[in-house]
Design a protein. Structure first.
Lengths: 335, 335
């Protein structure tokens, strides 16, 4: 029987397996340090589409195709597909997946969406509602930049704490039967808002959400940082990662040696001019579905905790003077 | 054991109960034919907030408070809260619920969100992951109008097929133990896009999604329209409802005598100048959580199928010439 621990964590008795995964990234991401870990690096970030918005959808479509092709599974074998993205009304997802013909659950978790999808997807598989589900997400630098910040042509200056939205998608196939990497725990986050209003410092806004969820995971399960080989956050970047490691020390957990962040890993930060690191739903998705799960298979990591973080404001609410609500969802993966 | 029927439908063995519900609506909705069915009709659609965007969040906050107060349950007794809305990045939800301190799963299903929340919430409760969850959603005429169409001050003319976004929120509390109305089946929809590009005719765009999901429900379960006292769609309005009843006849199901639509019920259509009827996430939410569940308790209906529909485009994709992807999620409720 699947067990509920404490308030926020489920421990699965019948653990869902990650039986396939894919990562598709843009040109810049393909020049970064993780370039060899991705299934596809595209040379045309527009993916042959007429807009950046549709291009992002094409990244999702391609990610699903690759993940299913690897295990020779057809769309009709997938019982649910879970996805969302950063575009208004999650348009990338809806246009990218509209031809899949798979029962669809739309999620909105901003940059936490990869782990929200893994969480709900795992709940569905572990409960026996489905044998195979796909969870995925995407982001695109160009669609995000014009929607959240400035038109690309404006060439706006970026602050040192700003992060670079990844052009990337990552997808996993979860199954009730399998070998290898599997989801053991899901810890669902609460909305956390500590009053940060600076949209060029998402790391600072989101670090308290990661803190809240990671601490809840430890408290709910009795596990400690020692039980994990890696505690991976989604895209706190350099600034947010420092804040998290500081704050969590005050809660009695030292994670500094175990912690890394997808936003710190995706780019060569100085050489690629990404300031505080990568961000966007596709950052955590592509790094997890590429590099991290590769390393788990190689034996580098056995037990990891992945806490993706998302900022839940929109550009308008911030202009209205509101602070940034944030969230972090976590899953524990073991191999 | 919960059972999976066909591709899209789950039949719950241990059915989740609707142990509480609430509906909070705006001034105009409070002048409609269902006015006596709502828990609260507000006189100030701005809810004392500084923007329409935050006002919509306040509708959600109030709906949660009322639903929990009715059964004397505290926020800390709720294990998950599931919500989403139509604002960019679901801002109403995040600002409205940021102080709840309840583990949160963000959904995006446009006007299908109430049923998407009921679906995922029921899956969570029926699987034993939680004893009590809240599912809710909202919409607000003023926040939707400025985001999707024109500034209110512009006074734009509406076409005959246009629908009126409801200012409303509805919430349910689902529990593993209870009496009365319970969720027996969940049928999860696929994205359907039949090429409609007219955002002033959402009924026509969404009817094929309702068709797809309702037919899937009948095929998966072997049930027929005769098994239901009411087949309720979310907000197809007058135009979409006619299209659905026509199209489904061709599939061999006559639902005309059983069908009604929340968008046709919420307003006095002619007198309140709402053209083809109501729409918005809050339309299905408030009509279901108010009038419909009241009528079930009174004995008017014993078995109902609720298929909420959502249009998954955004204003930009439509201006780019894209058609409107849509979805419909269904739950069967019995008392």
């Amino acid at each position: 029987m699947n067990e509920k621990f404490g308030k926020q964590t489920i421990k699965f008795d019948k653990t869902p397996y990650i039986i396939s995964r894919s990562s598709v990234v843009g040109f810049k991401e393909g020049e970064g340090p993780l370039k060899d870990s991705f299934d596809m690096v595209v040379s045309d970030d527009k993916m042959g589409q007429t807009s950046w918005d549709l291009a992002e959808g094409a990244f999702q479509k391609t990610a699903v195709e690759i993940a299913l092709k690897k295990i020779n599974v057809k769309n009709s074998d997938i019982e649910y597909i879970l996805s969302g993205d950063l575009q208004n009304q999650c348009a990338a997802t809806h246009y990218g997946l509209r031809e899949t013909n798979i029962p669809f659950l739309g999620l909105y978790g901003a940059c936490s969406t990869m782990v929200e999808g893994l969480s709900v997807g795992s709940m569905i598989v572990a409960a026996g509602y489905a044998k195979k589900v796909v969870a995925l997400t995407s982001s695109h630098f160009c669609s995000a930049e014009k929607q959240y910040r400035n038109p690309l042509e404006y060439g706006g200056q970026r602050t040192p704490t700003a992060q670079w939205t990844a052009t990337a998608s990552g997808a996993v196939v979860l199954s009730d039967i399998g070998t290898g990497a599997k989801i053991t725990h899901v810890t669902t986050g609460k909305i956390v808002d500590k009053g940060i209003c600076d949209v060029s410092n998402m790391g600072a806004a989101m670090a308290p959400a990661a803190l809240d969820t990671i601490c809840a995971h430890f408290k709910d399960t009795g596990l400690t940082p020692d039980d994990y080989d890696l505690i991976l956050t989604g895209d706190l970047g350099i600034t947010g990662s420092e804040i998290l490691c500081d704050l969590i020390k005050k809660e009695g957990y030292d994670i500094e040696k175990k912690h890394n962040d997808c936003g710190k890993m995706l780019y060569n930060i100085d050489a690629q001019d990404v300031h505080a690191g990568g961000s966007g739903c596709g950052c955590c998705a592509s790094v997890l579905c590429g590099h991290i799960l590769n390393e788990m298979e190689k034996g580098t990591y056995k037990n990891i905790l992945v806490a993706a973080t998302g900022a839940l404001m929109n550009p308008l609410t911030v202009l209205q003077g509101e602070s940034i609500p944030t969230i972090s969802h976590a899953v524990a993966i073991t191999i």
